[in-house]
Design a binder for this molecule. Structure first.
Ligand code: SAM
Length: 342
């Protein structure tokens, strides 16, 4: 009797020309094999699925004043786009520690950087919240480093994968956790939150002008998935302008995401310990994407100057130029600030 080997399940063929679903974008998931497809996606101003285009890279490197042999931290490793350029700038004897709390993307990025030639002498990926940066450094007998870089918020890999629940453009579980092993999903958070707390989150996290109406409509409710929440948001406001309605959905998703991931608690803790993690003359550069983040970074740097912890900080913010904005629309809201340890 012959034993039949079960055939592996086949991917369902996508019949159209322009895949709309994340899973159908199989070519972009394997950029090494499908370079031409990825190049076309990039040229059209979109981010290839499963990757992330780093923002204000040259400006960030210039702000950090990197030199070969320096030791530093990329506090938000993500896809490793900035990390790769940081590693190039500090080669051949420099060392970079990359932090990220995302257990799904971190191993992929660590493998990508190792394949690019950055072994353990030059690069270490650490699964940690950046609020714990001082502990990570102390554990490595490196209480102070030459530079620290942070590119706040979520990565394109997180936003674009419907299974992570960040996007209101495709159906997915209403999750939104960058670290799915910790805390409440967005669905559970919304089911438990009071209208008062949700209203505060909508104002603090995304400057939402219709916070009260939205909080009353959404707090304590259950939503089947991301699309159900998006639809409930649209139905709870009286707005005739389609763009404004979609902006409202975007702002509510942002506010809930920040709450679920306790992003401002982590950022405040990071900004508090940051100066003490830098050597005298060391530099920090932080990229922010909305006013709640930028306010905190600006205030922390100003307080650092006042208290003698920083000697210098950037005047105003550095933003992406028109070409970068065209090629990568996600860069439009980015603001870069830097400061020097006294
Ligand atoms: C905008 S992406 C960084 C992209 C990266 N610079 C690149 O070029 O690929 C932000 C990353 O920071 C991570 N992150 C967000 N909050 C964090 C925190 N509190 N601690 C550590 N990592 C965090 C996210 O998981 C995400 O991967």
């Amino acid at each position: 009797m012959s034993e039949e080997t079960p055939r592996p399940p086949r991917r369902k063929r996508y019949s159209g020309k322009n895949p709309r679903r994340f899973e159908d974008k199989y070519k972009e998931h394997d950029p090494a094999r499908y370079g031409d497809t990825v190049a076309k996606v990039l040229a059209s101003g979109k981010t290839p699925a499963g990757s992330h285009i780093p923002i204000l890279v040259d400006e960030s490197l210039a702000a950090l004043q990197l030199q070969p042999g320096m030791i530093g931290v990329d506090a938000t490793l993500g896809y490793g786009g900035h990390a790769l350029r940081l590693l190039e700038a500090i080669a051949p004897s420099g060392k970079l520690i990359g932090l990220d709390l995302d257990p799904l993307e971190l191993p992929k990025t660590a493998a990508r950087l190792a394949a690019a030639g950055y072994g353990s002498d030059h690069f270490e990926a650490v699964r940690s919240n950046y609020a714990g940066i001082a502990k990570v450094l102390a554990e490595r007998n490196l209480p102070e480093v030459d530079f620290i870089f942070a590119d706040l918020g979520c990565s394109s890999m997180q936003f674009d994968d419907p299974a992570r629940g960040f996007s209101f453009k495709s159906a997915g579980p209403l999750d939104m956790r960058m670290n799915p092993d910790r805390g409440l999903s967005a669905a559970d958070w919304l089911a438990k939150v009071s209208a008062e707390k949700l209203e505060i989150a909508l104002v603090d996290h995304s400057d939402e002008p219709r916070a009260e109406t939205l909080a009353l409509a959404l707090a304590g409710k259950s939503f089947a998935n991301t699309l159900a929440l998006a639809q409930a948001i649209r139905e709870s406001i009286r707005v005739s302008d389609d763009d404004e309605r979609e902006l409202t959905v975007r702002r509510v998703f942002q506010a809930v995401r920040i709450a679920v991931n306790e992003e401002f608690t982590a950022l405040d803790a990071f900004l508090r310990v940051l100066p003490k993690c830098l050597k005298p003359g060391g530099r920090v550069a932080v990229l922010t994407f909305h006013s709640g983040e930028d306010r905190r970074v600006k205030q922390a740097m100003k307080t650092g100057i006042r208290d003698g912890l920083f000697s210098e900080m950037s005047e105003g913010t550095i933003s992406a130029g028109p070409e970068e904005r065209r090629l990568n629309p996600r860069s439009s809201s980015a603001k870069l600030r830097w400061a020097t340890r006294a």
